[in-house]
Structure formats: structure tokens, C-alpha cells
Design a binder for this molecule. Structure first.
Ligand code: BEZ
Ligand code: FE
Length: 293
């Protein structure tokens, strides 16, 4: 829709008045954020010629997002995730560095008090799913092993549910491990399965209205830390997942796709454990960037 020069002038003048209202802001960074937000927000409104009904619908959407948000459910982060804003913030803040493992979205299902698990132990704690042996190493970008690196791992079970979705106090399919003196780790978990993000609120309605799926590509979460390195929040994704390029939160990166090789029932396991049925195995060698890069 074209606008007259007079109309252009009215709209442009308002942008400058709002921008100018931040002139006296003593915090220069806050001023930069507010000026940038103002310019982009007004550019959006002017570009799409936002109607008053659409403005009202947006306010109603945000109000409903606020109402459904509590200590456990965070609809605004879900909105950020599904708009790719979370992944873009991760990209900006985790610059590629000399082969360091790439970061991806954190998600709402991490808990601080995951059980400690010995190397080679089972983090599933009885959660349903196909057993999966996961092993790998943690090094810095020079290839030096990082003994004592702390690995937090968490995942959904075969029904697509995290422990905290079944019962807020339960702890299963998650654990905290410490890498050995050569920076190696190993544990039994579950073969990851795809699952939907919480879609019973306004974000789910936005996905439905726009013809999008709430499904996340199957994945296993990791948070890996070691003194002197940048803490890594990431996942690994089984190769061949048809949801891979349609992940609802845009979290899949090619470098994080791993082969989860399914083993036949009766195949000998790495630690001699007797598994009833099929199992899978995956390897993940983790490279941590130095802190502060
Ligand atoms: C998750 O992977 O756990 C997740 C990430 C973003 C939104 C919802 C769930
Ligand atoms: Fe997840």
C-alpha cells in the first residue's frame, strides 16, 4: 500500500520523537536497545500496515501468554523459541570458534538437581524407551582432554514426555556425570524420540493458525562445563529423522546430527549389560571453546 508524502512525514516524525525520548537515558546500552527496538517495531508496523484489530489481537495474544506463564510454564520463552529468536540469540552469543561444538536451544526441561550418575551408569532411572549407550570425550579446541568436565544430560522418554511433565518431583532420563582422567564419558540413556513442545496455549494456537507443527526433532540434551571454557548447551540429533529440517524451535544444526546405530536383540553390549531387546549406540566427541570468546 503506498502512502502520501504527508503520511510518510507523520509516521517518520513519530519514530524520531519516540527515539528522542531516550536521549537522556544514562545507561548507553539500555538506550541502544530501546532505540533499536523502537526503530524495528515501527518499521514492522509501517511495513505491514498493521490494522487496529491486528494490534488488539497481538495484545490479546501476549496477555494470554502472560496468564498461562508461571514458575514451570514459560510461554514467552516458547514464543521466542518458535520464532527462532532463542536460536538467533544463541548464534550471536556462541560464535563459531576453531571447531568448538555448536550450541543449540536450552528448552524448558532442565532441572538443577539431576541425580549424579557414575560413568557407565544408567540415567534413564526406569523411564520407558529403547536403551542407548552414549560415549565420547570432552576436549578443548587444541585437542587437550578436559578431565573432570561436568556433563548434564536430559531427554524425553519414548512417550515424548520429560519426567517433570509426568510428575514435577520425579527425576528420570536425566543425570549429571563427570568425565574421567582422560576426559572421556559413557552412560546408558534412551534412544531419543520426537515429541511436541507444549502446544495447549497461545503459542500452540499460533502454530496451528500458521500451519506449523509443534514437533521437535528427536534429541538428547547436554550441558557441558569445565573451568576456563565456555559452557556448552547443546543436543545431539539422530540422523535420518524426517522432522530434522522442520524442528519447531529451529534447533537442528548439521554438525550435531549423529548416527544412533540400532543393535539387534542379543548383541553384546560395551559393558556386558544384558539388554532385553534392541538397543542403540551413539558417539559424541565434545569440543569446548575457551571462556570469553
Ligand atoms: C526441549 O528441547 O526440551 C524444548 C526446547 C524448546 C521448547 C520446548 C522444548
Ligand atoms: Fe528437549
Amino acid at each position: 500500500m503506498s502512502t502520501t508524502p504527508e503520511q510518510e512525514a507523520v509516521e517518520a516524525a513519530l519514530v524520531e520523537r519516540v527515539v528522542g525520548s531516550f536521549d537522556a537515558c544514562a545507561d548507553r546500552r539500555l538506550q541502544q536497545l530501546m532505540v533499536g527496538l523502537t526503530r524495528h517495531l515501527h518499521a514492522f508496523i509501517r511495513e505491514v500496515r498493521l490494522t487496529e484489530e491486528e494490534w488488539g489481537a497481538a495484545i490479546d495474544f501476549l496477555t494470554r501468554a502472560g496468564h498461562i506463564t508461571d514458575d514451570v510454564r514459560q510461554e514467552f520463552i516458547l514464543l521466542s523459541d518458535t520464532l527462532g529468536a532463542s536460536m538467533q540469540t544463541i548464534n550471536v552469543n556462541n560464535a563459531a570458534y576453531e571447531g568448538a561444538t555448536e550450541a543449540t536451544v536450552f528448552g524448558p526441561f532442565f532441572v538443577e538437581d539431576a541425580p549424579d550418575v557414575e560413568l557407565g551408569g544408567d540415567v534413564s532411572f526406569g523411564a520407558p524407551g529403547e536403551p542407548c549407550w552414549v560415549e565420547g570425550s570432552v576436549t578443548d579446541t587444541d585437542g587437550t582432554a578436559l578431565p573432570g568436565a561436568v556433563l548434564e544430560v536430559w531427554e524425553a522418554d519414548e512417550d515424548g514426555l520429560y519426567d517433570v511433565q509426568r510428575d514435577a518431583g520425579s527425576r528420570a532420563a536425566r543425570g549429571r556425570l563427570v568425565a574421567d582422567d582422560q576426559g572421556r564419558f559413557r552412560f546408558w540413556g534412551l534412544t531419543p524420540t520426537p515429541y511436541p513442545i507444549p502446544d495447549d496455549g497461545p503459542v500452540g494456537q499460533m502454530l496451528t493458525a500458521t500451519g506449523r507443527s509443534p514437533m521437535r526433532a528427536a534429541h538428547l540434551h547436554f550441558m557441558v562445563s569445565h573451568p576456563g571454557t565456555r559452557t556448552l548447551v547443546t543436543h545431539i540429533f539422530p540422523g535420518g529423522d524426517p522432522i530434522g529440517d522442520k524442528d519447531s524451535v529451529f534447533g537442528v544444526k548439521e554438525s550435531l546430527v549423529r548416527s544412533f546405530e540400532q543393535q539387534p536383540a542379543g548383541a553384546p553390549t560395551p559393558d556386558g549389560r544384558v539388554v532385553d531387546g534392541t538397543w542403540s549406540r551413539a558417539r559424541f566427541d565434545i569440543v569446548l571453546a575457551p571462556a570469553g570468546v
